[in-house]
Design a protein around this ligand. Structure first.
Ligand code: URA
Length: 434
């Protein structure tokens, strides 16, 4: 079998066989097939798409590219959660500790930033010393001891996705339904949880801009999960503007901490309660959504969720003092307002552009090897539907380089539309597929 023939077959719109899919996944994982050939194949998949069968085979080949974790040593029903990626999406940082504080074991595998979206691992590294490179023994032990552990992909777990993910990030091949579904589900299957709750985003900041595409992606992932014998639920939520106000690694960690202190933005809190209640139901804590939401609110009110975050950070080598003293998180040197050019109601924010502003400031990777600046990003002052006076700040930029700050500010202004009247808005939670 030759990689060249596989690329040409897909380029010409053919359906790859199980053997062809396994050949390129195994060859790429072992380093026998170079990046440039896999980049070409990813671009061919991007344009020609994959069938349901191909997507299923790709998922299983990637899940089996390393070890499949056996989590049976963890007591209780283990629940994992994964987002399809968004801007300002700091959900796991608050939701993980909330759910763990309610007594459901959270055994989660997370990723780094991808395209214009941020990644949980990068954000968590805002805690000095924090590591997601856990051995499986430590991962299992942490979940048993404190109820939560988050690991990154190691050489053992879904290594094919780890390599493909980094390659897609820098070759403009992220936003393809089959590539997203197989990337997410291969990790989830390899990580061995019993139940999976998927946070599928739709809108200008999501990879699936249209709601019908997000629903199709959710259906595809739920089908893959079910076929693998996992309880799988998908929540489809709005990503037509950043989630919460903060965009950028350490800034988002701070907003997640504020949320666990009971001071979270309304949309973010709603998302945590919706996903969290699905996790508690999947974990067998209750069958009643209202009761699940109340349990989640209670662990915020009495501080258990915040303390759980500190325990979790500590258990993974991070400086947990920053949970209670957020000034210890990385801070940018410059904090500059972006004033509104005219008065009006914010009627639209091109959300992917806001993600790109954070990348311009240094918050994301330009190449696979780039280091990122954890301190930079933006904090919105106004969201869609809010009125702003000319000259008032639309957002604050956190930067370490004045030139990059200027570029990001212009791009942010171009991404915002100010109007005379309130825009019509779709509901924040669009659907739940279970
Ligand atoms: N999250 C992932 O893990 N993979 C993708 O392809 C997109 C979002």
């Amino acid at each position: 079998m030759r990689m060249y023939d596989i690329i040409m077959k897909k380029r010409n719109g053919g359906e790859l066989t199980k053997e062809e899919i396994r050949f390129f996944v195994e060859g790429y994982t072992k380093g026998e097939i170079p990046d440039y050939q896999v980049s070409a194949l990813m671009m061919a998949v991007y344009f020609q798409k994959m069938t349901e069968n191909e997507t299923g085979e790709l998922t299983m080949a990637m899940a089996r590219s390393g070890d499949m974790l056996d989590l049976s040593a963890i007591h209780g029903i283990k629940v994992d959660k994964h987002s399809t990626g968004g801007v300002g999406d700091k959900t796991s940082l608050a939701l993980g500790p909330m759910v763990a504080a309610c007594g459901i074991p959270v055994a989660k595998m997370s990723g780094r930033g991808l395209g214009h979206t941020g990644g949980t691992i990068d954000k968590l590294e805002s805690f000095q010393g924090f590591t997601t490179a856990l051995t499986r023994e430590r991962f299992i032990d942490n979940v048993n001891r404190i109820g939560i552990a988050i690991m990154g992909q190691t050489a053992d777990l879904a290594p094919a996705d780890k390599k493909l993910y980094a390659l897609r990030d820098v070759t403009a091949t992220v936003d393809n339904m089959s590539l997203i579904a197989s990337s997410i589900m291969s990790k989830k299957l390899a990580a061995g949880a019993d139940a999976i709750v998927l946070d599928v985003k739709t809108g200008s900041g999501a990879f699936m801009k249209e709601e019908h595409d997000a629903i199709a992606l959710a259906e595809e992932m739920v089908r893959i999960g079910r076929n693998a014998g996992k309880k799988t639920v998908a929540v489809i939520s709005d990503m037509d503007q950043p989630l919460g106000y903060a965009v950028g690694n350490a800034l988002e960690v701070k907003e997640a901490i504020d949320t666990l202190n009971g001071k979270g933005p309304q949309d973010f809190v709603e998302l945590c309660l919706t996903l969290g209640s699905q996790m508690l139901i999947a974990g067998g804590k209750t069958e009643n959504e209202g009761e699940a939401r109340e349990m989640l609110r209670a662990v915020i009110r009495d501080g258990r969720a915040l303390n759980k975050l500190a325990e979790f950070v500590d258990a993974q080598g991070g400086d947990s003092r920053a949970v209670y003293h957020t000034e210890l998180l990385p801070q940018a040197d410059l904090i500059l307002p972006i004033p509104a050019p005219v008065s009006g109601v914010v009627s639209h924010i091109a959300c992917d552009e806001v993600g790109i502003c954070s990348l311009i400031l240094g918050g994301g990777r330009e190449t696979k090897e780039s280091a990122i600046d954890l301190s930079v990003g933006l904090v919105l002052c106004k969201k869609v539907g809010d009125y702003v006076e000319a000259g008032q700040p639309l957002a604050m930029i956190h930067a370490n380089d004045p030139e990059k700050a200027g570029q990001a500010a212009s791009r942010f202004l171009a991404a915002c539309t100010l109007d005379e009247k309130e825009p019509e808005r779709a509901p924040f939670i669009r659907a739940i597929l279970s």
